[in-house]
Write a protein that binds this ligand. Structure first.
Ligand code: COA
Length: 368
């Protein structure tokens, strides 16, 4: 049975920064309150042309570059997102087209902020079964478009961004070692987007009467999160036959510093063992774990051979954890790809395909 290794990683965040001081001008809040209750200082906000697929494609190409894999070598794309542009087509398909992954199947996975863990697990299982060789897993969000900027309970928390992993089959032991997934739909109303997607016209406000915004019972979600983060970590380690001492890093979903602190206390681990960057990005839902991972690799913290636990929780309610032995690019990966050179080619290919489809439509239309 092949092993599923994480061989590439990439992230993309919008340039625009929204600080707590900016939020003070929008709702009745303060920098001190937000920092004390959440640990967040600032977050990124998508520009007018930035959607989950745009950020997701950028992160995906970077991940492929690290793995030294061409987009056309990808067999499967799973995009975990809580703010898909549309219900369909899937954001994963938009990314597939944008990067020119012409041989890949693509679908979205909706498990809210736990989505990235679920998606990596699904991709790893597809590789372990022998069904596929190479997978791209993406977490991509423009939560700013489904955030009610008049609701101080929620608007201080969320941010935009994307992160991606490449998973590849190899006979070498390591990679994804175990995962656990849980859900409890009875808490579905605690964190909910009643209607719509993230690419709606501004006029939608009058149609949905505000139901296309996130609604949250913060206190209940907080209670739930502090309970499951430590629990799922211990559960996944038991499943992998590992002890907490074997783990070098914990990379949690970046929702709230106090939630991570509570998990650290429950696990009796120092905060230094947790990778945390929520102060600069806020809660980017499915993107938070891969973004934190990318920064940890960039800083030289996460090294090949390190055992790392990823754990998350979110709307659904859902939660889960995954333990992996960090791999780095496979030794057989030799083909360098250059992201900036590849992107115009993918755009050209996409334009050609669309033109051919139109031409075929015209020809068949005339014949009919
Ligand atoms: N600025 C200032 N005051 C605020 C505020 C803000 N942005 N948001 C809420 N408050 C007020 C509340 O209205 C409340 O006032 P009241 O006592 O007069 O009613 C007070 O602060 C305390 O509210 P409370 O909800 O108890 O605060 P909290 O310590 O639980 O922190 C959250 C609120 C939202 C930060 C916290 O509950 C949380 O992080 N929950 C989890 C959310 C999450 O992670 N969601 C995503 C999951 S993937």
């Amino acid at each position: 049975m092949p092993y599923a290794h994480i061989t590439g990683w990439g992230m993309a965040v919008p340039e625009k920064v929204l600080t707590n001081a900016d939020l003070e001008k929008m709702v009745e809040t303060s920098d001190a309150w937000i920092r004390e209750r959440t640990g967040i200082r600032e977050r990124r906000i998508a520009g007018p042309d930035e959607y989950p697929s745009v950020l997701g494609a950028r992160a995906a190409l970077k991940a492929l570059e690290v793995a030294r894999l061409h987009p056309k070598d990808v067999d499967l794309i799973i995009c975990a997102t809580s703010s898909p542009e549309h219900l369909f087509p899937a954001t994963a398909c938009l990314i597939q087209d944008a990067i020119g992954a012409s041989k890949a199947g693509a679908f979205d996975l909706l498990a809210a902020c736990s989505g990235f863990i679920y998606a990596v697990h699904m991709a790893a299982q597809a590789i372990r079964s022998g069904a596929i060789q190479n997978a791209l897993v993406i977490g991509a969000e423009t939560l700013s478009r489904i955030t009610n900027w008049k609701d101080r309970n929620t608007c201080i928390l969320f941010g935009d961004g994307a992160g991606a992993f490449v998973l590849q089959a190899s006979d070498r032991p390591g990679g994804v070692l175990a995962a656990v997934m849980h859900s409890d739909g009875s808490g579905g109303n605690l964190l909910i987007l009643p209607a719509g997607g993230s690419r709606l016209p501004a006029s939608i406000e009058t149609v949905t009467n505000g139901h296309h915004y996130i609604y949250m019972d913060g206190r209940e979600v907080f209670r739930f999160a502090t309970r499951v983060l430590a629990q799922s970590t211990l559960e996944v380690l038991e499943k992998a036959g590992l002890r907490l001492e074997d783990v070098r890093w914990i990379i949690p979903h970046q929702a709230n510093y106090r939630i991570i602190e509570a998990a650290a206390r429950a696990l009796k681990l120092p905060m230094e063992r947790f990778i945390i960057n929520l102060d600069r990005y806020g809660n980017t839902s499915t993107a938070s774990i891969p973004i934190a991972t990318c920064e940890a690799v960039e800083k030289g913290l996460l090294k090949a051979g390190d055992k790392v636990v990823f754990n998350g929780f979110g709307a659904g309610l859902t939660w889960g954890a995954l333990v992996a032995e960090w791999s780095g690019p496979l030794p057989s990966a030799t083909r360098p790809i250059h992201v900036e050179r590849y992107r115009p080619l993918a755009r050209l290919r996409s334009w050609l395909r669309r033109s051919i489809r139109r031409l075929e439509g015209l020809i068949w239309g005339r014949k009919a």
